[in-house]
Design a protein around this ligand. Structure first.
Ligand code: NAD
Ligand code: TYD
Length: 354
């Protein structure tokens, strides 16, 4: 038995594969296009592990996906692949439409054909798990209740609109064709192997490089932050026990304004790697022009997954953010290779012979 996982050279997918293979379980076929966000160095510890097969390719390549499904006969497909950065979606939305909408549609079509050909017992056990975001629900005011699974979709950025479209397609494939799908909508993740274009890794990397720490607008936008390993354990649980056709919100019960996140990162760096001149890292904070259409607040009500599947986050924000900062300090090579672009050479080095 295998799992076909898409986008598992990215931040969350790579963490999921590392965690999955740390326990006994099925082998993984990892289909990833290796965009700028895909980094096989994050999976370097799996070198030589026969349970991980990497295939460079696009979820929108129907022939390739069809071949992989026929060859590996997975009992589930987990779709992490996406363009994921809001700011990039504002500058150039096209890739978001192609991967998140068209790519997900083509993946669904290939999976539907494969699933339709399975014998009855495998057909009923099969799952397609689609990994999505809380951003599809739009923005909350200060006192609004947190997003539940029935909150209406109100995406505000090209990124969140493209993810919302993919969620709707996944839902429709269940409703129309009976495809056994599961959808998860998660809040902001942080942790190891996070590409330093997102808030937390960008702040760590810029702080250490002596660069400004750009805080958009007034820095009072609120996000709910979840340690990535907790997201991975939630996905594992949904795959195991989620009810086909259902969606599950995943969050950390941990709302914080951006400026507080940045101050926390600065304080941890002051403690763990003080600046040579003795000044606090917070001196590098620089308020910059706000993101267009910036969502003010996201908050996840994760009580359904707790009630129905018994999942709760294991990490507190204090412990998770400390581990995260320590991890970046301990792994300067990963960061340096991302910044220099050398991580892109990894695929040649690693897979030259295969
Ligand atoms: P990421 O940008 O770090 O990784 C995305 C991966 O997908 C990369 O390895 C990239 O090469 C690959 N990819 C992109 N287009 C592809 C294509 N057409 N075919 C195959 N592979 C392709 O993203 P992430 O932060 O790991 O997010 C993973 C998923 O989780 C996404 O669907 C995202 O919407 C969702 N999500 C992310 C967060 C978060 O805080 N990062 C929160 C909730 C949900
Ligand atoms: P980000 O990590 O891009 O995630 P998302 O936009 O998907 O929530 O941003 C998190 C928050 O941090 C968001 O409110 C935008 C803000 N932000 C900054 O203030 N400065 C930055 O340089 C970045 C990248 C984000």
């Amino acid at each position: 038995m295998t799992l076909l996982i898409t986008g598992a050279a990215g931040f969350i997918g790579a963490n999921f594969v590392l965690d999955w293979l740390a326990q006994p379980g099925e082998a993984i076929v990892n289909l990833d296009k290796l965009t700028y966000a895909g980094n096989l160095e994050s999976l370097a510890s799996l070198q030589g592990d026969a349970r991980h097969t990497f295939v460079q390719g696009d979820i929108g390549d129907s022939a390739l996906v069809t071949r992989l499904l026929a060859e590996h006969q997975p009992r589930a497909v987990l779709n992490f692949a996406a363009e994921s950065h809001v700011d990039r979606s504002i500058h150039s939305p096209e890739d978001f439409i192609q991967t998140n909408i068209v790519g997900t549609f083509r993946l669904l079509e290939a999976v539907r054909a494969y699933w339709g050909s399975l014998p009855a017992d495998e057909k009923s056990a099969f799952r397609l798990l689609h990994v999505s975001t809380d951003e599809v629900y739009g923005s909350l005011s200060k006192d609004d209740p947190a997003f539940t699974e029935t909150h209406r979709y109100e995406p505000n950025s090209p990124y969140s609109a493209s993810k919302a479209a993919s969620d709707h397609l996944v839902r429709a494939y269940h409703h129309t064709y009976g495809l056994p799908v599961l959808t998860t909508n998660c809040s902001n993740n942080y942790g190891p192997y996070h590409f330093p274009e997102k808030l937390i890794p960008l702040m760590i990397v810029n702080a250490l490089a002596g660069k400004p720490l750009p805080v958009y607008g007034d820095g009072m936008q609120v996000r709910d932050w979840l340690y990535v390993k907790d997201h991975c354990s939630a996905i594992r649980r949904v795959l195991e026990a989620g009810v086909p056709g259902e969606t599950y919100n995943i969050g950390g019960w941990n709302e914080k304004p951006n400026i507080e996140i940045v101050q926390t990162v600065c304080a941890l760096l002051d403690e763990l790697r003080p600046r040579a001149d003795g000044a606090p890292y917070s001196a590098q904070i620089s308020y910059v022009k706000d993101r267009p259409g910036h969502d003010r607040r996201y908050a996840i009500d994760a009580s359904k997954i707790e009630r129905e599947l018994g999942w709760r986050p294991a990490e507190t924000f204090d412990s998770g953010i400390r581990k995260t900062v320590q991890g970046y300090l301990a792994n300067p090579e990963w960061v340096a290779h991302v910044q220099s672009g050398a991580y892109r050479d990894w695929v040649q080095t690693q897979y030259a012979a295969s």
